[in-house]
Design a binder for this molecule. Structure first.
Ligand code: FES
Length: 107
């Protein structure tokens, strides 16, 4: 769901872009963050916690935690609540970190 016309901010979303989550195409609006674009498309599970492998999703939405880490265009551990979606962007969930899972640290 998108708020296309905000009563105070006005019309903010107009130009669409196509991005890929796990190689499936999704539509977003230019200016949205990757995390917001995923939420708007019904994708709430952004990855798994590093040690216990529990589902992670959007938490702080302002770059203060690591809950939204994903792999974006081949770069791991990208905070998707901070970067804007771009045409053709490839996004994958952060599914595990074997080193952390085995060392007794992490969440
Ligand atoms: S949700 Fe906390 S850094 Fe992105």
């Amino acid at each position: 769901m998108h708020i296309k016309h905000h009563p105070v901010l006005g019309k903010r979303l107009s130009e669409t872009v196509t991005f890929y989550f796990q190689d499936q195409p999704y539509t977003a609006y230019r200016g949205q963050t990757v995390a917001a674009a995923l939420m708007a498309n019904g994708i709430k599970k952004l990855g798994l916690s590093r040690k216990l492998l529990q589902p992670r999703g959007l938490f702080c939405a302002r770059g203060r935690c690591c809950s939204c880490y994903m792999t974006v265009n081949g770069e791991d551990h990208v905070r998707t609540c901070l970067i804007k979606v771009e045409e053709g962007m490839k996004v994958y969930p952060n599914l595990e970190d074997p080193e952390v899972t085995n060392d007794g640290h992490g969440d």
